[in-house]
Design a protein around this ligand. Structure first.
Ligand code: AMP
Length: 219
């Protein structure tokens, strides 16, 4: 069976999290999401987590050593033997090079893999509002939007009943900085992966079911 190595890139609040959560449940491929892994490290007050927090709170990228360690351990784990869904890494050229090194190790005994970078294309003008209205479940990771996908009961996760939270970096001020970081550091990766022939662009502006259908067709 061809191993599916799927990397997701897109601006903050482009819907990557919602789609990759669903894709992971329906395909069984592990979802490796650097933002969630870093937030878990912060919650557990690990050394990496405490360091990461100072960058996340400012909307900046966390130093590469911290994220590379997390990603390397995750990608070398046994549950990635059929592939993975990588969400939020790489986020700049240095991380793209680091991913190439990690994958050459991961794939050294297995040449039967399909590596794709899926770019979530979504107009910027709608994104800030989505960020401010976003709420998520700290227990199962389900993502809501107070306007477009509200929970059935206010502030309670439909799936597991936990109380929903707003991310600390989902304020207007930090989100604006995150867009700036994305434009400067992450966006150039689109041209890089296009040049390499790995890029697939998905119109992420439709309703979530439509976007998911398109996603299944391209992977
Ligand atoms: P996200 O949940 O993907 O929106 O990420 C939240 C924050 O975590 C970002 O604004 C960064 O501060 C940090 N972060 C997530 N992924 C990375 C990464 N690959 N490299 C550096 N920082 C990251």
């Amino acid at each position: 069976m061809t191993k599916k190595e799927l990397v997701f890139i897109g601006p903050p609040a482009s819907g990557k999290g919602t789609q990759t959560n669903r894709l992971s449940i329906e395909t069984g491929l592990p979802h490796i999401d650097t933002g969630s892994l870093l937030r878990a490290a912060i919650a557990n007050k690990t050394e990496d987590g405490l360091l990461a927090k100072t960058f996340i709170d400012k909307g900046q990228l966390v130093p590469i050593q911290v994220v590379t360690n997390i990603i390397k351990n995750a990608l070398l784990a046994d549950d990635c033997k059929n592939g993975f869904i990588l969400d939020g890494f790489p986020r700049n050229m240095e991380q793209a090079e680091s991913l190439e090194n990690i994958l050459s190790e991961v794939n050294k005994n297995d040449k039967n893999y399909d590596f794709k970078v899926i770019f979530f294309d979504k107009p910027f003008n709608t994104l800030l509002k989505r960020i401010i209205n976003r709420r998520s479940c700290p227990k199962c990771g389900e993502i809501y939007n107070l306007e477009t996908i509200p929970p059935k009961v206010a502030n309670v996760c439909d799936k597991c009943g936990a109380e929903l939270v707003q991310r600390k970096d989902d304020t207007e001020e930090v989100a604006s900085k995150r867009f700036e970081t994305y434009n400067k550091e992450t966006f150039p990766l689109i041209a890089y992966y296009k040049e390499k022939g790995s890029l697939v662009t998905i119109d992420a502006d439709g309703n979530p079911d439509e976007v998911y259908k398109n996603l299944i067709n391209i992977i």
